[in-house]
Design a binder for this molecule. Structure first.
Ligand SMILES: Cc1cc2nc3c(=O)[nH]c(=O)nc-3n(C[C@H](O)[C@H](O)[C@H](O)COP(=O)(O)O)c2cc1C
Length: 311
C-alpha cells in the first residue's frame, strides 16, 4: 500500500513534507520546465524585502568539502514587484507558497507582510531572522528584537508566521521557545552556518564579503541536532533544513522532530533531487511498513535512549 505522505504544518495541508529552501529555488516558478512543481509539498520563495536589493558583490559562491558557502546578500526585486507576475505564476502551481521575508528593522518586516496580506496565494510567511551575510547583526541573536519582529508581523498577518533561526547559538531551544512565545506558528531550523574559505593560490578570501553561510551535506548532523534539541520545548511545528540531499536525510530530520523538510543545496546541484527526496521518503516508509509519515515525527525524541546519553 502507498504510504500517506501528507502532513499538516501549522494548519497548512502539505501533500508531502518536502519544501524548497529559501534562496535556492528562485522565486519558485522558474524551474517549471525542469521538474513537476505541483508534486512538491510546498515552495519557499527566496527572501523578499520591502525595497529591491542588488545583493552582495561577486564572488558570492564558493565550493567547500561536502557543501558550499554563499553570500548572496538577499538579492531580490522587492515586495511590490514580487507581488505582481511572480506571485501570480506561483499561485498557478497549486502548492502552498511560503514567502520568505527579511528587513533591516521591525517596520521593514511588518510593511512587507502588510503588502503580502492581500494575496490569497500566500499560505505562510517565513521570517528570515538569520541571514549571516549582512553587515548588521543576525536578528535572532537579539531576542527582544526577534520577538518584536514576530509580534509585529503576527499583528498584520492572516497566515501562519514561521521564524527561520540561526543555528549559531548556545541553546537553540531557548531561541525557538522565544519565537513561539512571541507568537510564531512554526520555526525553520536552521539557516546556514557562518563560515569562510581562503584561496591559497591568491591568498584572498573566496567570497567578496570575506565570510558567508555554509550549507550542504556537511551541515546536516548539526542541523538535525538543532531540531532534536528544540522539539521537546515546542508546541509549534518545525521545518528541518540543512544538508538534506536524500529521502533518508529528510527522514532523519523528521525522526528528530521536524514536520516538514526544506531542501536547498541539493536542489542547486539538481532540481530533480527534490523529487528524489519525496520518493526516498516513500521508499523508507514502505520498507518499514509505516502507513503515514506523521507517525515518524519526533520518534527519536519520544524513545528512551537514557542508557546511551552522556553521564
Ligand atoms: C545560494 C543560497 C542562497 C540562500 N538564500 C537564502 C535566502 O534568501 N533566505 C533564507 O532564509 N535562506 C537562504 N539560504 C539558506 C537556505 O534556505 C538553507 O537554510 C540552507 O542553505 C541550509 O539548507 P541546505 O543545506 O539544504 O542548503 C540560501 C542558501 C544558499 C545556498
Amino acid at each position: 500500500m502507498k504510504p500517506d505522505l501528507s502532513v499538516d504544518f501549522a494548519g497548512i495541508k502539505l501533500k508531502n513534507p518536502v519544501l524548497t529552501a529559501s534562496g535556492t529555488f528562485g522565486y519558485g516558478y522558474e524551474l517549471a520546465d525542469l521538474i513537476p512543481l505541483k508534486k512538491l509539498g510546498g515552495i519557499v520563495t527566496k527572501t523578499i524585502t520591502l525595497e529591491p536589493r542588488p545583493g552582495n558583490p561577486q564572488p558570492r559562491i564558493a565550493e567547500a568539502e561536502g557543501g558550499m558557502l554563499n553570500t548572496i546578500g538577499l538579492q531580490n526585486i522587492g515586495v511590490k514587484a514580487f507581488a505582481g507576475e511572480p506571485l501570480e505564476k506561483l499561485s498557478e502551481i497549486g502548492v502552498p507558497v511560503f514567502v520568505s521575508v527579511a528587513g533591516a528593522c521591525v517596520s521593514d518586516y511588518v510593511e512587507t507582510a502588510k503588502i503580502l496580506k492581500s494575496f490569497k496565494s500566500v499560505s505562510a510567511v517565513e521570517l528570515n531572522l538569520s541571514c549571516p551575510n549582512l553587515k548588521k547583526k543576525i536578528v535572532c541573536h537579539d531576542l527582544p528584537l526577534m520577538s518584536d519582529v514576530i509580534k509585529g508581523v503576527k499583528k498584520v498577518s492572516k497566515v501562519p508566521v514561521i521564524a527561520k533561526l540561526s543555528p549559531l547559538v548556545t541553546d537553540i531551544s531557548e531561541l525557538a521557545l522565544t519565537a513561539q512565545n512571541a507568537g510564531a506558528d512554526g520555526v525553520t531550523l536552521a539557516n546556514t552556518y557562518p563560515a569562510m574559505a581562503i584561496d591559497v593560490k591568491t591568498f584572498k578570501p573566496k567570497l567578496s564579503t570575506i565570510k558567508g553561510g555554509m550549507s550542504g551535506a556537511c551541515v546536516k548532523p548539526m542541523s538535525v541536532r538543532c531540531v532534536y534539541d528544540a522539539y521537546p520545548a515546542l508546541k509549534i511545528p518545525i521545518i528541518g533544513c540543512g544538508g538534506i540531499m536524500t529521502g533518508e536525510d529528510a527522514v532523519e530530520f523528521m525522526l528528530a522532530g521536524a514536520t516538514a523538510a526544506s531542501v536547498g543545496t541539493a536542489s542547486l546541484v539538481s532540481p530533480e533531487n527534490l523529487m528524489k527526496v519525496i520518493d526516498g521518503i516513500e521508499d523508507i516508509l514502505k520498507e518499514k511498513n509505516i502507513k503515514s509519515v506523521k507517525e515518524i515525527i519526533g520518534l527519536i525524541n519520544k524513545a528512551d535512549f537514557s542508557n546511551h546519553s552522556c553521564k
